[in-house]
Ligand binder design. Structure first.
Ligand code: PEP
Ligand code: MN
Length: 340
């Protein structure tokens, strides 16, 4: 249920309504938009049966949200959410480029990659320290040592960092070192993990589960948000279909659908969908043209020697090409004011 307040509502009146709702054991989230303030009510709304909220003078309307996700819904927050990561603002016409290797392999490797992606104009640095590998015998990531390297190199180049967490036991540690926490496709419905990252104050990149419907994906976002962390960035990275000419099918149509249903920023990961570097640039552009707020791309100076996902990683020259193509395309769809 959401309570839409009249524009002139005073803070004390909002407080009064919030107290009334919380007294019966429900939770509230306040969304202060440019024109209107909305109170989202979470929990069993029948507990409010004896409270005539709609007749309170400052209440404009009470809307019963029939969608299974509430906080993630555009009904709750009509304006686009803009998420601030150390000054980098995702959404609102900006175009974020998150780039870096699949895995953190060494300090030298991270410095080399960070240098070329930063010079080309990337905003954030990615790199995995805990890797969700299909085989238990493949490289599993450097763990905490990798997190330290990522943090050090991120600071060196003035780039906020993004890294994946796979285990509830590691959430605190990852939140200590990284600026943004990533939930990978394989954990998109690991509800214990979603709740745990929801308890942190770090923005979350939530990849789409490779067999998740859009509604299920939004429910995953709701798990994070219902714990108090509203800073969720949705990342389309390709889904499993019958097509096997590439790794996964990048669902660009999900972007305008999400933009209609949710206020959360949406980014696109063309690397994991393509599986090879050749398709990464056209898919990144397709994502931006379709309304995405940014891209996450894997890059490596020596992909043949990469510990994971070398085949889909862009080398410096191709990464530069991606950036110059983005600079050309983004203004056409009113994006990328921030691109240097
Ligand atoms: C990654 O970003 O390196 C990764 C493993 O992504 P996904 O979860 O989308 O496969
Ligand atoms: Mn990868």
């Amino acid at each position: 249920m959401i309570i839409v307040l009249k524009p002139s509502t005073e803070p004390e009146q909002i407080q009064h309504i919030v107290e009334m709702i919380e007294k019966v054991g429900l939770r509230t989230h306040i969304s202060a938009g440019e024109l209107q303030t909305i109170i989202g009510v979470i929990g069993d709304k029948t507990k409010l049966a004896n409270y005539p909220i709609a007749s309170i003078s400052c209440v404009e309307s009470v809307v019963h949200v029939s969608k299974p996700y509430k906080l993630a819904s555009r009904d709750f927050h009509p304006d686009d959410t803009i998420i601030d990561v150390n000054g980098a603002k995702i959404g609102g016409g900006n175009l974020w480029v998150i780039a870096g290797p699949c895995s953190i392999e060494s300090e030298d490797q991270m410095r080399t990659v960070a240098k070329f992606v930063k010079e080309a104009g990337a905003n954030l640095l990615r790199g995995g320290a805990y890797k969700p590998r299909t085989s238990p015998y493949s490289f599993q990531g450097m763990g905490e040592e990798g997190l330290k390297i990522l943090q050090k190199i991120g600071k060196e180049f003035g780039m906020p960092t993004v890294t994946e967490v796979m285990d509830t036991a590691d959430v605190e540690l990852v939140a200590k070192y990284a600026d943004v926490i990533q939930i990978g496709t394989r954990n998109a419905q690991n509800f214990a993990l979603l709740k745990q990252v929801g308890k942190t104050k770090r923005p979350v990149v939530l990849k789409r589960g490779m067999a998740q419907t859009i509604e299920e994906w939004l429910m995953s976002a709701e798990y994070v948000m219902s714990e108090g962390n509203l800073d969720v960035i949705l990342c389309e990275r390709g889904i499993r279909t019958f097509e096997n000419a590439y790794r996964n099918t990048l669902d660009v149509l999900a972007i305008p659908v999400l933009k209609e249903r949710t206020h959360l920023p949406v980014i696109i990961d063309p690397s994991h969908a393509s599986g090879v570097w050749q398709y990464v640039i056209p898919m990144a552009l397709a994502g931006i043209v379709s309304g995405a707020d940014g891209v996450m791309v894997e890059a490596h100076h020596d992909p043949e020697k990469a510990m994971s996902d070398g085949a889909q990683s862009l080398k410096p020259k191709k990464f530069n090409l991606l950036m110059s193509e983005l600079r050309k395309i983004a203004p056409v769809v009113g994006k990328g004011k921030n691109l240097s």
